[in-house]
Design a protein around this ligand. Structure first.
Ligand SMILES: *[C@@H]1O[C@H](CO)[C@@H](O)[C@H](O)[C@H]1NC(C)=O
Ligand SMILES: *[C@@H]1O[C@H](CO)[C@@H](O)[C@H](O)[C@H]1NC(C)=O
Ligand SMILES: *[C@@H]1O[C@H](CO)[C@@H](O)[C@H](O)[C@H]1NC(C)=O
Ligand SMILES: *[C@@H]1O[C@H](CO)[C@@H](O)[C@H](O)[C@H]1NC(C)=O
Ligand SMILES: *[C@@H]1O[C@H](CO)[C@@H](O)[C@H](O)[C@H]1NC(C)=O
Ligand SMILES: *[C@@H]1O[C@H](CO)[C@@H](O)[C@H](O)[C@H]1NC(C)=O
Length: 434
């Protein structure tokens, strides 16, 4: 009986069922219609946007380069070579490439839009130049976004254009640039061979005149405390900003109490021709060396890996990229190097010695006087600054440079007090030769 009932039900669909079916198919038709119209609207506005944005947005990447070969030896004297970013278009794109871009725009926009060739022609002509132009120093990227963008590297190592290597001077400061007038003199006449980046306290509101070399060179900054790992974060922020300019080849960290010991040409040639990086690194037994190691840093970092060294580094583009892209050792330091660990004295020496020891000189280019014991190095004031003193800093010891012995071991010195400025300016020309 039961079985028969079911059979009847199946063979004779009720009117209700039939109506329901028709109603359903009507609904799906309606749905398709609405979807179709929506899709049409969306596509047309989307394509309009593509055509428009193609001209503006395609250039927003600036991949820095990785360097595995030393930069071509460059020598400068008097007249600096023309900087890569100049007003004359240094690059010409062939007609064929231009044609390809135009046809791409036509293909994407057709049949919805008529492309505007007046705009697209200009765009193609300056393509690479625009692509390579570094963004404004003050930007809205968060640290994570900045590091990601700065970590991009072209896989073709040869440059298809003339690239003049620049030295990036990274200033980690609290407030005003106390030796500004000295640095202005140092940089004068060498535009195109250097870039300046300033990381100061985010609340610092001082300004510099428009003609100053420091004008508009402040990067988005965060609070930095002495001995804290956020000091290393600031260093990485400076490096990453410097990497956004593909011309920057060497990176030197300085503070407002640092001074140059040689003129620009001497320092430029020393850095650009160096086959090594200058990150001080040594193994120090005892409380202020190995004693700062935390055993929970194992297994990534062992006690034997632990190194100490001055925070004031100098490195090339290759190492700078590795530092900002380090996602293995830096997080370990951030987690376990706290309090009296002083990460700024250990992170780079340890990281560089573990991974890139074969290209590192293990010495710093910045002279610091630690002869007076204590947590801070000696400060030099007005009366300390004499001709003999400066001569001694310029020619004190011997060290190795590109495999030979030299007595130019320090290019910079610290820490100088603001009252030393007038004497430094006085001796700049006769002693420091600038
Ligand atoms: C193309 O762009 C130029 C410059 O922006 C503008 O003057 C011109 O009117 C545009 N042409 C068309 C057809 O939209
Ligand atoms: C194209 O570029 C030239 C020179 O760079 C400029 O003078 C001209 O106004 C540009 N034209 C358009 C349509 O942008
Ligand atoms: C700059 O900051 C100082 C201290 O925070 C404040 O006294 C001063 O008014 C500020 N100056 C300007 C121009 O905002
Ligand atoms: C830079 O200093 C060196 C010596 O340190 C000197 O031989 C050279 O002439 C100086 N260059 C300029 C442009 O003054
Ligand atoms: C730097 O130190 C590392 C490890 O301590 C060592 O292997 C390397 O040879 C040193 N480099 C120089 C140039 O002394
Ligand atoms: C550096 O000092 C040494 C010995 O003190 C001297 O022979 C040499 O001439 C000095 N070099 C310079 C460039 O002053």
């Amino acid at each position: 009986m039961k079985f028969e009932d079911q059979q009847q039900h199946r063979q004779q669909p009720s009117i209700v069922k039939l109506l329901k079916f028709q109603y359903n198919s009507f609904l799906s038709c309606l749905l398709f219609l609405v979807l179709g119209i929506g899709l049409g609207f969306y596509l047309s506005s989307y394509l309009k946007e593509i055509t428009f944005n193609l001209q503006l947005n395609q250039l927003s990447f600036l991949p820095p380069l990785s360097k595995s070969t030393p930069p071509p030896p460059t020598s400068i004297s008097g007249q600096p070579p023309p900087p890569f970013i100049s007003d004359q278009p240094p690059l010409s794109i062939s007609d064929q490439q231009e044609e390809t871009a135009a046809s791409l725009i036509r293909k994407i926009s057709s049949p919805f839009l008529v492309p505007n060739y007046t705009n697209s022609q200009n765009f193609t002509q300056n393509w690479l130049k625009e692509f390579l132009r570094p963004p404004k120093v003050m930007h809205d990227m968060e640290d994570e976004e900045l590091l990601w963008r700065a970590s991009m590297v072209p896989r073709i190592k040869e440059y298809p254009f003339k690239r003049v290597p620049k030295v990036a001077f990274l200033f980690l400061t609290k407030g005003p640039m106390i030796f500004g007038p000295l640095w202005e003199r140092f940089f004068r006449g060498h535009r195109g061979l250097y870039s300046i980046y300033v990381h100061s306290h985010p609340f610092f509101n001082g300004t510099v005149p428009k003609r100053s070399v420091f004008y508009g060179r402040r990067i988005p900054s965060k609070d930095v405390r002495w001995g804290d790992m956020n000091m290393v974060e600031a260093e990485r922020r400076l490096l990453a900003n410097g990497l956004l300019d593909i011309s920057n080849e060497r990176f030197v960290l300085l503070s407002e109490s640092c001074i140059p010991l040689f003129n620009f040409s001497t320092i430029y040639n020393y850095l650009v021709n160096s086959l090594e990086t200058f990150v001080e690194s040594y193994d120090l037994p005892g409380g202020v060396g190995r004693g700062r190691y935390h055993r929970r840093m194992r297994p990534q970092i062992t006690l034997e890996d632990w190194r100490k060294g001055s925070q004031w580094f100098e490195m090339d583009r290759f190492l700078a990229l590795e530092v900002i892209a380090d996602r293995t050792y830096f997080p370990v330091f951030r987690r376990f190097c706290r309090g009296s660990c002083y990460g700024d004295e250990h992170y780079l020496p340890t990281f560089v010695t573990m991974k890139f020891w074969n290209r590192n000189s293990n010495r710093s280019l910045t002279y610091v006087d630690w002869s007076k014991r204590g947590p801070h190095p000696a400060s030099f004031q007005r009366t300390d600054v004499t001709v003999e003193f400066l001569e001694r800093l310029r020619n004190a010891t011997t060290c190795e440079y590109n495999g030979h012995i030299t007595n130019v071991c320090f290019l910079f010195a610290r820490k100088f007090l603001p009252n030393a400025l007038d004497r430094l300016l006085k001796f700049a020309s006769p002693v420091l030769k600038f």
